[in-house]
Design a protein around this ligand. Structure first.
Ligand code: BGC
Length: 392
């Protein structure tokens, strides 16, 4: 159905492009004047994508580019339509974080035909050679950080009795979600195989653990059922490896309502959403993996700027940038080619190192000095300046 729709809109797009002339007048050179970046992000319901949108818009507009920013509300059809209209309007570059990494190939092929470079933002896009670059974090590494945290907390190498764990993964259409799961599961597989770690639900694959649309409510409903079926009174659940903060939030609520044990299971997360940072301080979630979105947006900006000035960003760009970022052209195969990638490094946040978030300039201690919260809107820019002044 999705593919059918994509084919339809792509046909309409091809007609439009033919009728208005298929190639836009390309404006090469360093001057950003008159160049427009089309940014298509998956949804607005998470702190992280709001921050991405804000940072990307600010970065490009400060440099003199125009930005068309659209959120798809988690709807692949809507994202496809957004992209079609951006291509019809002849944007100069497309920056896309796909709702469904498999569903945009036809539309993006049309963008390529219209000579519009495409950068896959945060999520890889499969089945098309139209992607020029990919900028993201080490997503397999995110899963490894979560799993190693659990391994250390449960002292799996020295524990004298078996522990229990459950996995809660992300949306099955998001290619990142599979990377997170694979990184996590591969780290714990030997403990599961040897019986040191038991998965009482027997949900041991990505498909069985996926959470539709990454939604907290779906994670909560799944976990409630899982607890009722596998963790009666007297059966302890030691850890839940949640792929990100929205799933962790739902799992925490399910545990509050349906878990009969007296321990607080170790819950992992990812993103550093406000509600989860609060839960970490309150002892309901153990950690989150933080990915500095300002750095991700900044690296993306540099890659796009280089492309738009008619040059080729390659390995050299990564070494020139003041961020922890690696150039990788051998790992990220989207089914058609190895996509040249810029990969940033995630790190673990617990209640003991939250100051690291504050040091980024994107978070602050709240008025009670107990919790850390993100700084949004115009405060973000001034806080970043304050932080960099303080660091210089
Ligand atoms: C992103 C995560 C985010 C998740 C849900 C993933 O592709 O990398 O940071 O939590 O999508 O939106």
């Amino acid at each position: 159905m999705k593919r059918f729709f994509a084919a339809l809109t792509t046909a309409a797009l091809a007609a439009t492009l033919t009728s208005c002339g298929s190639s836009s007048s390309k404006k090469d050179g360093d001057d950003p004047t008159g160049k427009t970046i089309g940014v298509s992000l998956p949804n607005e319901n998470l702190d992280r994508w709001n921050s991405d949108g804000q940072f990307l818009k600010e970065k490009f507009e400060e440099a003199g580019y125009k930005v068309v920013l659209k959120y798809a509300s988690g709807d692949v059809t809507r994202q496809n339509n957004d992209l079609v209209s951006m291509i019809t309007d002849k944007v100069d570059l497309l920056l896309v974080a796909a709702v469904d990494g498999q569903a945009l190939a036809n539309t993006l092929d049309s963008a390529k035909e219209a000579d519009i470079p495409i950068v896959a933002y945060d999520r890889l896009i499969n089945d098309t050679d139209a992607i020029t670059y990919y900028v993201s974090f080490d997503n397999y590494g995110v899963g490894k950080l979560q799993a190693n945290f659990i391994k250390d907390q449960l002292k799996l190498d020295s524990a004298d009795k078996p522990c229990t764990i459950e996995f809660v993964s992300g949306d099955s259409l998001d290619p990142n979600a599979k990377f997170f799961f694979d990184g996590a599961y591969s780290t714990l597989a030997s403990y599961i195989d040897s019986g040191k770690l038991n998965v009482l639900s027997d949900r041991k694959t990505f498909e069985l653990t996926a959470t539709k649309d990454w939604l907290s409510d779906n994670a909560k409903a799944d976990m409630k059922k899982l607890l009722d079926a596998n963790y009666p009174s007297g059966t302890t659940l030691d850890a839940v490896l949640c792929a990100n903060d929205s799933t962790a939030l739902g799992v925490t609520q399910a545990l509050d309502e349906n878990y009969k044990g007296s321990n607080v299971p170790i819950i992992t997360g990812q993103d550093g959403d406000d509600a989860n940072l609060k839960n970490i301080i309150d002892g309901k979630q153990a950690m989150t993996v933080y990915k500095n979105l300002h750095d991700e947006a900044s690296v993306t900006f540099e890659v796009c700027k280089t492309i738009l000035s008619g040059k080729t960003p390659a390995a050299a760009l990564a070494s020139e940038l003041p961020y922890e970022v690696a150039f990788d052209s051998e790992t990220y195969n989207n089914g058609v080619k190895y996509v040249q990638s810029y990969i940033l490094t995630p790190y673990v946040i617990t209640k003991d190192n939250m100051q690291l978030l504050v040091n980024t300039g994107m978070f602050r201690w709240d008025s009670s000095q107990k919790y850390v919260e993100s700084i949004t809107g115009t405060n973000a820019a001034s806080a970043t300046e304050t932080a960099s002044e303080a660091n210089s």
